[in-house]
Unconditional design. Sequence first.
Length: 115
Amino acid sequence: MFSFQLSHGVISKMTNTIDSNTELRKCMTSLGISFCDDTTKKIGAFLSCNKPKGSGKVQVDFIVKGPYIDLGQFARGFQINCSIFKPSKNITFEFIENEKKLKITSSNYQFTLSF
């Protein structure tokens, strides 16, 4: 008989990644993005950044195979040091369906995309 034990933190981080992946997929589905093809869909959004501060219009690339998003050069304009955001133990996604908002949070930044 085998015994397998994970710490609460590891389980929590694994659950967070799965939940964030689900949240991103819900957002993409509500925007009419199909998962049947491996394409990138470009959609305009309004970015409201809490950490660091700032807001404005951006173009979001939704990469179906993954899934993840890419803000390209728009991220730098808001002093966000990276442009690609993938669900992970360090990056959380939350989709607020009735408002069509995708909230993205990490230790270095927090912003919301409104569609």
